[in-house]
Write a protein that binds this ligand. Structure first.
Ligand code: ZN
Ligand code: ZN
Length: 342
């Protein structure tokens, strides 16, 4: 089968063709696995982190890709959840031990033996991949293959972030940073918590206007005071300033949820502005989000289908994966990038 393979970690500036088209054997499903013929695979920022070594794969070479949509082509002898020909999705969480305390509490995203699709095992930048049937999801009919793919990452993680806020309908919700993830969070929150008022903080005036169009009651710059205190705020930025500025807007006992894999150090000194009484006192909480559990992915797909949330997409052929990565790096974003594999 054809696969775009990462053989070596390097910055995209040094090597702008990090993936190489190879012909490799079609994987054979284990007993509980399904063999999926891939039709679409989303291109995610995390792939840049893998290629450039910020989240390096354990073993090279590896096939990237963790927003996979395809059809079940074959199944192992003990796999019977999906019929042959069923359309399924595969997300970042590829497997976990299933026995530890965290797995039993359904926080398998925190399992010591957590494996990530397209980093720790081969992913979806290829014609086929295998996965345990327990880590695959039915894709609702309302989505095309390419529309469903990007939902499997940013959307599902955004949903987890919203869940971790513990918000109740009618509580005030803040969103700081208004990119792909928080814009989906706003749509889910409007659907799930109709009595909740949503306040958006964004540097860019266009993003603030967009937030209001989508139903935010207020939108302001990162350091502004919101007109009301907020019960919870989700930060979806790569830096530190929005965290400090968000904390001052939290209600007593409120919670800030940080939806980021890593923070950049460019403005780390902003943390010195942290003032205990203004930002932390009165039992304010801070919680980070570490990717997704299966529950997040399947619940999110259902809600996304109900609304429905249809991402803007830009399609590439499998062979154009390097170009898609370069455009992502350069910030040329016209909708979520998806590889079509026919
Ligand atoms: Zn991702
Ligand atoms: Zn475990």
């Amino acid at each position: 089968m054809k696969a775009m393979v990462l053989g070596k970690i390097d910055s995209l500036e040094k090597n702008n063709m990090p993936l190489v088209m190879k012909h490799i054997p079609v994987p054979v499903p284990g007993k509980k696995d399904i063999l999926v013929k891939v039709r679409a695979c989303g291109v995610c920022h995390t792939e840049l982190d893998e290629v450039e070594g910020r989240t390096p794969p354990y073993n090279l070479p590896v096939v990237l890709g963790h927003q996979v949509v395809g059809m079940v082509e074959d199944r192992g002898s003990n796999a019977n959840t999906f019929k042959k020909g069923a359309r399924v999705g595969i997300a970042w969480i590829f497997s976990a031990c299933g026995r530890c305390k965290l797995c039993l509490e359904r926080n398998e995203n925190l399992c010591e033996q957590f494996k990530a699709t397209g980093r720790d095992v081969n992913g979806g930048y290829a014609e086929y991949m295998t996965v345990s049937e327990d880590f695959a999801y039915k894709i609702p009919d309302v989505f095309s293959d390419s529309e469903a793919a990007p939902l499997l990452c940013a959307g599902a993680v955004g949903y987890r972030a919203l869940r971790l806020t513990g918000i109740e309908d009618g509580g005030n919700l803040g969103l700081t940073g208004f990119g792909a993830s928080n814009h989906i969070v706003l749509k889910i929150a409007r659907q799930k918590y109709p009595k909740t008022d949503i306040f958006v903080f964004a540097r860019n005036a266009k993003e603030r206007d967009f937030a209001k169009e989508l139903g935010a009651v207020w939108a302001g710059d990162t350091e502004e005071y919101s007109p009301e205190k907020l019960d919870c705020i989700i930060d979806a930025t790569p830096v530190w300033k929005p965290i400090v500025e968000a904390l001052k807007n939290l209600e007593k006992g409120g919670r800030l949820v940080i939806n980021a894999i890593r923070k950049e150090d460019v403005d780390k000194e902003y943390l010195l502005k942290l003032d205990y009484s203004l930002h932390l006192w009165h039992e304010k909480e801070i919680k980070s989000v570490a990717n997704v559990t299966r529950r997040d992915v399947s619940e999110f797909l259902e809600i996304a289908a109900d609304i429905p949330i249809k991402p803007e997409i830009q399609e590439f052929n499998l062979e154009e994966a390097n170009q898609a990565l370069r455009e992502l790096k350069e910030g040329k974003i016209r909708g979520a990038k998806v590889l079509r594999i026919d």
